[in-house]
Design a protein around this ligand. Structure first.
Ligand code: SAJ
Length: 424
């Protein structure tokens, strides 16, 4: 098997670095995206997302002629699908969000047109169990002239595997190379081909399993983290009522050699940990009890923080009877979904700042060192420096543990520290 040409469908946070990585190994890579803007940006040697080191890599790959972007797939020896798998919003308050596989379906249908005997198709998108088999069925429906693993096993013309990405945003370039890779082939031939493909740049181990186990492994990793964070968030609510510092408590408990509790915060954000556990729950409604409750605990944490801010405003008015609510300035420290990134999507900190700015009569100051302008949804807030916010704010809320916030001195400002970073 030789993989000289590779087609990557979906040029987002995973697809683009993966495409650039293959191109850096002098493979001819075609990157496909439905966004004309993304395609034009990449072909100009630039990038449309923020990821350290990726800009240099893409520029080099494009300049050297190994990476080219387009809106329609072209023939290749291997196809990687790295498109989003969001969930469909729940219809009612009690219903469970269902995964939306429509991006995988259209990606599969678009590559089906150019598939040829011997090709390898890999699904990298985080997916519910059975999605890889479903993708292979969509391919087969489009190409009755080719055979696929679900009907022809090891003899099939096309090999199909699920190899979930597991990289951490902000560290993608290093983790793509160093992380171990789960390779879940629909057949042994599929796993062997996928392993050979990843060995072009992966230095970690490629561990072979079947497609369904690979799908569940990825969901399990993120659900495990979600459940552990939910435990920490539940402890934080319990400790708050008992006057116990939850961070000190967790630090002490983690001194036990077999205990490793994660950190509480204002809620769980991002596109992975807050989403993927629902894929398990929606397929195992009667059995995934703990995973579902953990999701609910984490989703309720922003409302708990909002209650704390409202209580702090009431306390302030009691302490300063001459003041009214419109004179109270609230400083929100951080709105990104986690530390040291500029990504505001699916951010509990953003949701808290939005709600407070809608509800509070006074000024809401936002400190976010990683962005230059506030999004439209925060148009009632003012983006300021941390020095300005500390001088002006009557109540400060630390929502994200950005590195810039660790050394700040909040003096006598009423402080709500949802990340436990402030040392008096
Ligand atoms: N968080 C806490 N407490 C903690 C750790 C995190 O509240 O102790 C919060 C963060 O503030 C953030 C959210 O959880 O809001 C998620 O952050 P994260 O850093 O844990 O994870 P992501 O979403 O950036 O990336 C995860 C990673 N998965 C795991 O660590 C198991 C990454 O390896 C995956 O590739 C990625 O999801 C993905 O694409 O699935």
């Amino acid at each position: 098997m030789s993989f000289n040409t590779i087609c990557v469908v979906g040029l987002g946070y995973i697809g683009l670095p993966t495409a650039a990585m293959f191109a850096s190994k002098e493979k001819h890579v075609t990157g496909v995206d439905i966004s004309q803007h993304a395609v034009e940006t990449i072909n100009a040697g630039q990038i449309h997302i923020v990821e350290p080191g990726l800009d240099v890599m893409v520029k080099k790959a494009v300049d050297n002629g190994f990476l080219r972007a387009t809106t329609t797939p072209e023939p290749a020896d291997a196809f990687l699908i790295a498109v989003p798998t969001p969930f469909l919003p729940a219809n009612t308050q009690d219903s469970i969000p269902e995964p939306d596989l429509s991006y995988i379906e259209s990606a599969a249908k678009s590559i089906a047109k150019v598939l040829k005997k011997g090709d390898l198709v890999i699904l990298e998108s985080t997916s519910p169990v059975g999605a890889t088999e479903q993708m292979s069925k969509w391919l087969a429906e489009e190409r009755s002239d080719l055979t696929f693993p679900q009907t022809h096993g090891e003899e099939s013309d096309i090999r199909v595997a699920h190899c979930p990405e597991r990289v951490l945003p902000g560290h993608v370039i290093r983790e793509l190379v160093e992380n171990d890779r789960i390779v879940g082939g629909m057949t042994e031939q599929s796993s062997a081909a996928a392993t050979q493909l990843y060995n072009i740049f992966v230095k970690g181990d490629c561990i072979i399993t079947n497609a369904r186990t690979a799908e569940m492994a990825k969901l399990t990793e993120n659900a495990s983290r979600d459940v552990n964070i939910a435990f920490a968030n539940e402890l934080s609510v319990i400790c708050d009522k008992s006057g116990i510092d939850v961070w000190e408590l967790i630090g002490l408990a983690n001194r036990h050699p077999r205990v490793n509790i994660l950190q509480p915060g204002p809620g769980v954000g991002g596109h992975c940990i807050a989403v993927d556990p629902w894929f398990i729950v929606s397929q195992a409604k009667d059995d995934a009890k703990l995973i579902k409750v953990a999701r609910e605990v984490n989703d309720q944490k922003p409302s708990w923080v909002i209650k704390k801010i409202k209580a702090a405003i009431s306390d302030y008015l009691v302490s300063f009877p001459g003041k009214n609510a419109s004179q109270i300035k609230i400083g929100c420290f951080g709105v990104a979904f986690k530390a040291d990134i500029d990504d505001l999507r699916e951010s509990p900190a953003m949701a808290i700042a939005e709600t407070i700015s809608e509800w509070h009569l006074g000024e809401v100051l936002v400190v976010e060192p990683n962005i230059k302008t506030l999004p439209e949804s925060l148009n009632k807030c003012k983006l300021v420096t941390h020095d300005f916010a500390i001088i002006q704010a009557d109540i400060a809320v630390i929502l994200v543990n950005h590195k810039e916030f660790y050394e700040l001195d909040f003096g006598n400002i009423k402080l709500i520290d949802t990340r436990g970073i402030y040392k008096k």
